[in-house]
Design a binder for this molecule. Structure first.
Ligand code: HEM
Length: 232
């Protein structure tokens, strides 16, 4: 057809070139696969072989076939597989991580770091029930009432020995952060109770106060009770 067209267009007879002989490795499909339905009219649902029986893939695999079976893909034997990784040694186990037991399961043991019993708090911090009329609002009202809660005319320079003398329930002074307070009027208002407040009577109570409730604003709570300043 091509040479006829060339002849017709150019009017010359071309040099006849031999077409390259392409060998297609196509084997004829099996006769029973020729039609979608077999001759007796029954439907054939058998899928075609994949890869094709004559494919290069099959040829190459059959060449390296370890089992020696021609035409079938090579089977991997145990000897040709990569060996499994070694079991982790005991030294590598993380403390606290669930360890496999003899039965194969993991224990629910607590990690060693948390197996210590919690530190017992020996003393319970309890709020005392304040008598009626001695709540925080009552104390605020008393402070602003103008009543004398200091018991002194002028602010004093208080020495440690002076402070020691005021250690009775009806005459109690304490020093907190360098300020000296008359704590007697506050006794029935103290949410922690009179007994606890008496622990700092006649001495510097800065440390105990801070350890107990550093968040309490003592400068504001007892501003009407200031007696003076602690001196050495
Ligand atoms: C000297 C000045 C003090 C003032 C103005 C003061 C004031 C207060 C206040 C306002 C509270 C209530 C705190 C809250 O509800 O969060 C409180 C509670 C308490 N205070 Fe004091 N306090 C003083 C000293 C002390 C001292 C020396 C102790 C002895 C350890 C003490 C023991 C307690 C306790 C056990 C409570 C109750 C428990 C708590 O609230 O956590 N307080 N105090």
């Amino acid at each position: 057809m091509t040479s006829y067209l060339r002849n017709w267009i150019y009017g010359v007879t071309p040099v006849v070139q031999e077409e390259p002989n392409i060998l297609l490795n196509i084997s004829p499909p099996p006769s029973d696969h020729e039609d979608s339905a077999s001759e007796d009219g029954e439907e054939n649902d058998e899928p075609p072989a994949f890869p094709a029986l004559s494919s290069a893939q099959r040829m190459s695999s059959s060449a390296q076939n370890s089992s020696g079976t021609l035409g079938l893909p090579g089977m991997l034997l145990d000897s040709s597989l990569m060996p499994p990784p070694p079991l982790p040694s005991k030294a590598l186990r993380v403390p606290g991580a669930p360890q496999p037991t003899a039965s194969g399961g993991a224990t629910l043991q607590l990690p060693p770091s948390t197996t210590k019993p919690p530190v017992k708090v020996s003393k319970r911090r309890e709020k005392v029930a304040l008598a009626p009329g001695f709540g925080p609002l009552d104390w605020a009202a008393l402070k602003s009432s103008g009543a004398d809660l200091r018991g002194v005319e002028n602010l004093l320079r208080v020495t440690s020995s002076m402070l020691k003398e005021h250690n009775k329930r009806d005459d109690a002074w304490t020093a907190i952060n360098g300020r000296v307070y008359n704590i007697t009027p506050y006794m029935p208002f103290h949410p922690g109770g009179e007994k606890e407040l008496m622990r700092v009577a006649g001495r510097d109570g800065t440390k105990l106060f801070g350890l107990t409730h550093a968040w309490v604003n003592v400068e504001y709570m007892l501003d009407a009770c200031v007696v003076g300043f602690l001196v050495n």
